[in-house]
Design a protein around this ligand. Structure first.
Ligand code: IMP
Ligand code: ZN
Length: 374
């Protein structure tokens, strides 16, 4: 089966983790030539072929905070990196992409400007390459304090509401932003004639931060985002430290549409998630989990198999950080076909399973239903 030609949906990809080493290297070359960086060559820091960056032993998160972020400080670098990420997903046969990113200020850019450059780059790329539709999710990092996290929500809401209001003025067809939608209310962005670029809010970052239920710090923010109609996706149980039933209860109280990773859950949590199979979709990232030592038992032992066996649970495959872990989405589909013995029709059905769980609205879902293989 041609896994690249298979039209695919990517819903779990961190923008700066998706930048290839080669692109980081080229950005570094430009900066070095102008004398504006003293950083080492990315090809030395993240050598080609090395993918075993561990989340818990401290080799993973500093790659971002100490290195990649120090390269992406100015508009040309950010535009170049974002364009190359979009180009890679397009070349890999992705037809709908939800990128997520953490708003950051740099010495040259405010967090608002950082996001507006990304939004602008996405729009320009889509105008030139209409086969790939891309939407953006803003990430709250577990290491954020309440004030910083609030500012991420404000950024997401100001863009989302602006777009909403424009559409409401145009067609008088809107969802209320003042009341909480019921569990059966329309999915994010539904009933809009045109989807905004920013469509959701994510919780990510070092899973060892905010242990023992402290994650409830963010509850009012996620509740507000949900009530406003943003899509909600949260990382859960990537490592044992963020896998408690209490943490799951808190996250579920935010009524997320999707859960990322869901690795180390106990039996009680597993049943709780299975009970919500009609409301949440699981974002599973095989290569990332295996390379980062987040799972035991290799690809065959990945919990994709366990979750597939639970009747009615919906799964979407994601790359997480393809720049670091080196496995494009086509390869993730190849891996599940190989290790879980899925034939062509099962792979097509799996790829289509993501359609109902995008944050990009009804029109987009209809487009995907038309173009994705059956
Ligand atoms: P960015 O938000 O576009 O800068 O993407 C990189 C950021 O995503 C990192 O700094 C982490 O906070 C987050 N991230 C990437 N991969 C993971 C993961 O596997 N678990 C939790 N957070 C992650
Ligand atoms: Zn992730």
């Amino acid at each position: 089966m041609d896994f690249v030609a298979l039209p695919k949906i990517e819903l779990h990809a961190h923008l700066t983790g998706s930048i290839s080493r080669q692109t980081l290297h080229e950005i570094w070359l430009t900066k070095s030539a102008s004398g504006s960086t003293a950083l080492q060559d990315p090809l030395l820091v993240i050598p080609e072929g090395k993918h075993d960056f561990n989340l818990e032993t401290g080799s993973f998160f500093p790659l971002f905070s100490k290195y990649i972020y120090a390269l992406l400080t100015d508009e040309p670098s950010l535009r170049r990196a974002t364009t190359s990420v979009l180009q890679s997903f397009l070349q890999d046969g992705v037809v709908y992409l939800e990128l997520r990113t953490t708003p950051r200020s740099t010495p040259h850019l405010s967090a608002e400007r950082y996001i507006s450059i990304i939004v602008d780059t996405i729009s320009a790329f889509e105008a030139a390459n209409p086969e790939l539709h891309t939407r953006l999710i803003l990430s709250i990092d577990r290491r954020h304090d309440f004030e910083k996290a609030s500012s991420v929500l404000s950024l997401a809401l100001s863009s989302f509401n602006n777009n909403n209001n424009n559409n409401n003025n145009n067609n008088n067809n809107h969802t209320s932003s003042s009341s909480s939608p019921s569990p059966s209310s329309p999915s994010p962005s539904e009933s809009r004639s045109e989807s905004p670029i920013i469509v959701g809010l994510d919780l990510c970052g070092d899973p060892t931060a905010l242990p023992n239920g402290q994650i409830s710090l963010f509850t009012p923010l996620f509740q507000k985002a949900r009530a406003a109609g943003l899509g909600i996706t949260v990382h859960f149980a990537e490592t044992p430290s963020s896998a408690s039933p209490a943490e799951l209860r808190t996250l579920l109280s935010w009524r997320p549409h999707r859960l990322g990773h869901v690795i180390w859950e106990d039996e009680e949590s597993k049943q709780e998630i299975a009970r919500r199979k009609d409301q949440v979709c699981l974002e599973l990232c095989l290569s990332c989990n295996v390379w980062a030592g987040m799972v035991t038992g290799g690809f065959e032992g990945h919990h994709f198999g366990g979750w597939r066996a639970v009747e009615g649970v919906k799964v979407t495959l994601g790359t997480d950080d393809v720049g670091i872990f080196g496995s494009p989405l086509s390869n993730e589909y190849r891996l599940v076909a190989q290790h879980f013995h899925l034939d062509k029709s099962q792979i097509c059905a799996l790829a289509r399973e993501s359609i109902d769980h995008i944050f990009g609205g009804e029109q987009e879902k209809e487009r995907l239903r038309r173009i994705m293989w059956t």
